[in-house]
Design a binder for this molecule. Structure first.
Ligand code: GLY
Length: 361
């Protein structure tokens, strides 16, 4: 077996992120030492990913001696719901899963979040493995232990922190992603450069095409995961520095809401949210105009939106200004420069006044 690059994440239960082409076919051998007491593995995938990659994974796991059951859920955000969670719990019990067995997520963020939450809650928690297959899941959602489902009241409202015992990332699976899905992941990649690492940001803007990015994909995955590791180790529960990862997400949430979660992908909304947050930062005198220009150029070069139509009422709803009793202050992640982010706390109506200027543009 080739040696993949690895990153050790030292959270409550430490785990390794492995990055390397061909890892999908080596999953069985690689998971044996990670799950020494497991006999059964319950694999969760979706209809798109499963059709392409489940056979290779199942083959590797059974060759290594695991008893495997593969459960396929429909692709798409609506799968992250209480009914699917119950369906997974029941299927896990029907398969005979025990507390020493494991759950494997093969897919993007939806599959990882749903399978992770099911693993965290079945039998009071069983071991969980992430095999992320989208760029977004590889650089963000598979690392850091956030698992959740959506409720009628909003996304990710029922969940917990449940760290994987291993993350296996095979960059070769990114080749089959549709271009918009690849670029959606790039929004999160660019975010790491914006908030933590100017050199990485400069490296990315020199590679605006998918072909150029894929030529350096292992370096890109490694850099993002290493930056996330540092943040997650310092702030596992997301009450401090980890919140900087929300750059672009507060206003991105407004765009997702305005588009009823169907018009804009999460990545497109985050891309426009980063541009808006940069402009708000400039309006507050915190972000230099050159940094705003750099963020907008980087986003545009990837073919992602630099702005999404959103009314003042929709912004107000997204930041909770329309609800009585919801705190009057908000922390927005803004840039002091490319590579340096800060949480800026202000009254929500002050933020809304800044956003009013964007609405007219
Ligand atoms: N996706 C942001 C975080 O993991 O904190």
């Amino acid at each position: 077996m080739n040696s993949p690059q690895t990153i050790q994440v030292n959270t409550g239960v430490p785990y390794a992120i492995s990055i390397g082409s061909g890892l999908l076919d080596q999953a069985g051998e690689r998971l044996k030492p990670v799950l020494p007491r497991a006999t059964r593995l319950f694999v969760v995938t979706d209809s798109n990913v499963g059709a392409r990659y489940a056979d290779r994974l199942l083959n590797s796991l059974t060759t290594a001696g695991f008893l495997v059951h593969c459960h396929t859920v429909p692709a798409g955000e609506s799968t992250k719901c209480p009914a699917r969670l119950t369906e997974l719990w029941e299927a896990m019990m029907a398969f005979g899963l025990t507390r020493t067995d494991g759950v494997v997520a093969l897919g993007g963020g939806v599959v990882g979040d749903l399978a992770g939450f099911a693993a965290a809650t079945i039998l009071r928690g069983v071991d969980f493995i992430q095999i992320p297959t989208t760029l977004l899941a590889q650089v963000d959602s598979s690392v850091g232990g956030k698992v959740a489902i959506d409720l009628d009241h909003g996304k990710n409202l029922a969940g917990t922190f449940w760290h994987p015992r291993a993350v296996l990332m095979d960059p070769a699976v990114l080749d089959t992603l549709p271009l918009p899905v690849f670029m959606e992941g790039m929004a999160e990649v660019v975010k790491y450069g914006c908030i933590f690492d100017r050199d990485f940001f400069d490296f990315l803007v020199k590679r605006p095409s998918r072909r150029e990015l894929m030529a350096d994909i292992e370096h890109i995955l490694y850099t993002c995961c290493e930056l996330k590791r540092r943040v997650v180790e310092q702030d596992e529960r997301d009450t401090g520095v980890r919140m900087l990862l929300n750059f672009g997400h507060t206003l991105g949430h407004a765009y997702e809401l305005a588009g009823h979660y169907t018009e804009w992908s999460h990545g497109a909304a985050v891309a426009a949210g980063m541009c808006a947050a940069a402009q708000v930062g400039m309006g507050l005198g915190l972000t230099p105009p050159e940094a705003v220009e750099a963020v907008m150029e980087a986003v545009a070069a990837l073919g992602l939106p630099t702005a999404i139509p959103c009314s003042l009422e929709e912004y107000a709803a997204a930041i909770g200004l329309d609800k009585k009793g919801v705190g009057t202050d908000i922390s927005l992640i803004v840039l002091e420069d490319i590579g340096h982010a800060m949480a800026y706390k202000m009254p929500k109506d002050k933020l809304l006044a800044q956003l009013e200027a964007l609405c007219g543009k």
